[in-house]
Design a binder for this molecule. Structure first.
Ligand code: PFF
Length: 456
């Protein structure tokens, strides 16, 4: 099915950059290090990489197939492929997940704006490790400042979304991504030269296998889905704008490699510094924000480096919030026949409400919890650890059961014009390994496997 009036990405490079722009973001630089820190270091990294290869890459390629083949949004795509069935639930799960992620992601994105201002005004220099930690605690639990930045970030995203798919997204991601990569490399070099840096590298790269537990595996799987922007139709939506000549296989491999590389660089940048400055790796969501200012403090012209870094981090976050926003906007626009402006406004207002509640839940509303989690942590938990892997599992089952292998192969080889020598392996992973693997991890985490064992 083709739709001639649809916007497509401008250039080959634009496709990869926009998709990398969605994948690379706070998930790599903020969430990945804190997950590694909370889940025992190298053991987590190992499971994470296994999840990327066995689950992430095949699911990403499949999302590309669904998006480009149908040229529709996350929910509409399933309506095209399986009319009058309940499979479109996968799309709705994705649209909802995108919206919920936006609700806490925008808050952390807002923090990056605060840190740009602090870096530029010199407030990030000349302090002790404890002072940096206290400053962050005071700021993030404040009522007004984080909300102000959250609103500013959503407004920025909104502006880019209403200005159109092609111009907005492409322009933003093409210039800043390579710059971010470069500055990460520089920060890694600085970090590994700090005293005691070796301990951080051992923590990150020398696995202690006794640390692997079902919750570590669930966290690694969730992080893989979150970081690659998969399981929720984001890449279905993006690939619906790809041209018919885009090489889907190569794009999937490139995006996966770049995304994993950025996460690894973030780990190499953070952990040597964590050990050097005696910070606990288990600090959680604030880990990056209290570690990095210490590294900048040790650098020549630290204010300048920190200003550039937080600016680029904000841009990386922006290219991800754009993609999250676009999932929900494209759905409303195409399925509910709204104008782009109206659809985007609805999404932005909704995200704003979630964002304000998430931000307050770190400070004054800390005591109000859902299943023992603050609202912010709850949104993070149900999206990354439940909705995205669940969506991924359903996508695999859907493809295995509903889609003719010939159609799948034709799309992934651009109608036979490029080869796909690993097609059978890919199809096997999609049909069996990925859905069974994800299912088992869920069952284990929910305690069902142990319960069965105790019965038999
Ligand atoms: N992958 C993004 C990151 O790592 O920051 C976050 C994200 C964007 C998740 C888009 C999901 C998504 F659809």
């Amino acid at each position: 099915m083709t739709n001639k009036n649809r916007v497509t990405f401008g250039s080959k490079l634009g496709v990869v950059f926009a998709t990398v722009g969605s994948a690379v973001g706070l998930g790599n630089i903020w969430r990945f290090p804190y997950m590694v820190g909370e889940n025992g270091g190298a053991a987590f990294l190992l499971v994470y990489i296994a999840c990327i290869l066995a689950l992430g890459l095949p699911v990403m390629l499949t999302e590309f197939f669904i998006g480009r083949n149908t040229q529709r949004n996350a929910a509409g795509a399933f309506k095209s492929l399986a009319p009058n069935s309940t499979w479109s639930i996968i799309g709705y799960n994705g649209v909802l997940a995108a919206f919920l992620i936006l609700g806490f992601y925008a808050v952390v994105s807002g923090w990056t704006l605060e840190y740009i201002i602090q870096a530029v005004t010199g407030s990030l220099s000349g302090k002790s490790t404890t002072e940096f930690a206290d400053d962050f605690a005071n700021f993030s639990s404040d009522i007004y400042r984080p909300i102000f930045w959250t609103i500013a970030f959503i407004a920025l995203t909104h502006f880019i979304i209403v200005s159109g798919v092609k111009k907005g997204i492409e322009r933003a991601s093409k210039i800043m991504m390579p710059m971010l990569f470069l500055i990460l490399v520089i920060l890694c070099i600085r970090s590994v030269m700090l005293p005691n840096a070796g301990k951080g590298l051992i923590f990150l790269f020398k696995p202690d296998f006794s640390k692997i537990s079902s919750s570590v595996i669930l966290s690694a799987m969730g992080q893989a889905f979150f970081s690659l922007s998969i399981g929720m139709g984001c890449l279905i939506t993006y690939s619906s704008y790809f041209s018919k000549t885009t090489n889907l296989q190569r794009t999937a491999v490139e995006v996966t490699i770049l995304d994993t590389l950025v996460a690894l660089l973030a780990g190499i940048m953070i952990f040597p510094a964590v050990f050097s400055f005696n910070i606990e790796p288990t600090e959680g969501a604030r880990l990056v924000f209290i570690t990095l200012p210490n590294v900048f403090g040790q650098m020549f012209l630290g204010e300048i480096w920190s200003s550039i870094f937080f600016l680029l981090l904000a841009v990386a976050a922006l290219t991800s919030t754009i993609s999250l926003h676009e999932v929900a906007t494209a759905y409303l626009l195409e399925e509910h026949k709204m104008s782009r402006k109206k659809a985007a406004t609805l999404v932005s207002v909704g995200a704003l409400i979630l964002g304000v509640i998430s931000s307050l839940s770190i400070g004054v509303w800390k005591e109000h919890t859902i299943l023992g989690l603050t609202f912010f942590d709850f949104l993070d938990y149900i999206t990354a650890k439940i909705m995205l892997p669940f969506g991924g599992m359903l996508i695999c089952i859907f493809i295995g059961r509903r889609i003719d292998k010939k159609i799948l192969k034709a799309e992934l080889t651009n109608q036979g014009t490029i080869t796909f020598s690993l097609f059978n392996i890919y199809a096997f992973f999609m049909k069996y390994i990925a859905p069974v693997g994800i299912g088992l991890i869920f069952l284990h985490e929910l305690g069902i496997i142990n319960w069965l064992k105790s019965i038999f």
